[in-house]
Design a protein around this ligand. Structure first.
Ligand code: SAM
Length: 277
């Protein structure tokens, strides 16, 4: 009996083609078939790598039918690589149904890890990474978006959202409305690309910045938002800000010192003031 082929799940760059891994390039060149979210889009990457492997499209509209065909190929001994337009397949991208079907068919699935906007943003957000929750895209309609954010607002861990250029202002406005303008966050734009920008600060300030500069509304976004402060984490205040605040308190009233320290550091005034209690 013929042994089954392997399904490789291959991460590809999120903008900078040089981020393709050596193993990813090798496997894309060796497999019998590549299942790509958009074959025209992935052609650019394959040309860059000098890879001529044949491709079939696997996207959200044909995934069920295509998965069945690919499982037949795999069962017949062919090897298949799954890629998406950018980053890691299945992360806010197609592929789940294919991998599920492969698992059920007893076909070996092997990851070729690499870029994802999720981990790239988290790695530079400067927010706690010990626990985080990936929310993908927020609902597009304002009522549903606010409802989802209201459900998330008291969670103590870091939250991660994907966002598009035409909804970035609305998303930041909803986060400010539901979480409060002082909640710390990072807006990570165009990661690994020419106009990469990572802005840190309270959501109110970052919203004002994005509203004031149309260039900051262009491209692809990941929003990384601090969890709600809890009793066991009484402050989101850095040691540096705490030292400044306590030094200022020797020269002026604590309320004024907190205002100045908050303005300079971008950290929440209330949390800074609470250090004096
Ligand atoms: N599978 C991909 C991954 O692993 O990150 C995500 C695909 S999802 C359809 C596309 C979204 O990811 C974009 O709308 C944006 O929110 C985020 N994204 C992708 N590339 C990005 C980049 N270079 N910089 C910032 N965000 C990015």
């Amino acid at each position: 009996m013929k042994s089954s082929g392997k399904l490789w799940v291959v991460a590809t760059p999120i903008g900078n083609l040089a981020d393709i891994g050596a193993r990813a390039a090798e496997i894309l060149g060796q497999v019998d078939l590549i299942a790509a979210e958009d074959t025209r889009h992935s052609r650019k990457l394959l040309s860059h790598l000098g890879v001529n492997t044949g491709m079939v499209a696997l996207h959200e509209h044909n995934e069920q039918a295509q998965a069945e065909q690919l499982i037949e190929c795999l069962a017949d001994g062919q090897s298949v690589a799954l890629i998406s337009d950018a980053g890691t397949p299945l992360i806010a991208d197609p592929g789940y149904r294919l991998v599920r079907a492969a698992v059920e068919a007893g076909i070996v699935c092997s990851p070729v890890p690499g870029p994802s906007a999720l981990t790239a943003a988290l790695s530079v957000a400067g927010l706690p990474t010990d626990r985080f929750q990936f929310e993908g895209f927020l609902p597009t309609k304002a009522v549903a978006r606010d409802k989802r954010l209201a459900e998330l607002s008291a969670l103590p861990h870091t939250l991660i959202f994907y966002e598009t250029p035409h909804r970035i202002e609305k998303a930041l406005g909803s986060i400010a409305g539901q979480f409060g303008e002082d909640r710390q966050m990072a807006v990570c734009r165009e990661l690994t690309k020419r106009f990469e920008t990572v802005m840190h600060g309270p959501v109110g300030d970052l919203l004002a910045h994005v509203e004031a500069d149309r260039d900051q509304r262009k491209g692809e976004f990941v929003l990384v938002v601090a969890g709600a402060p809890t009793a066991s984490s009484p402050t989101a205040v850095s040691a540096n800000t705490r030292d400044w605040f306590l030094a200022l308190c020797e020269e002026m009233p604590a309320s004024r010192a907190a205002r100045i320290a908050a303005r300079v550091s971008g950290e929440p005034r209330k949390a800074i003031f609470a250090l004096k209690q």
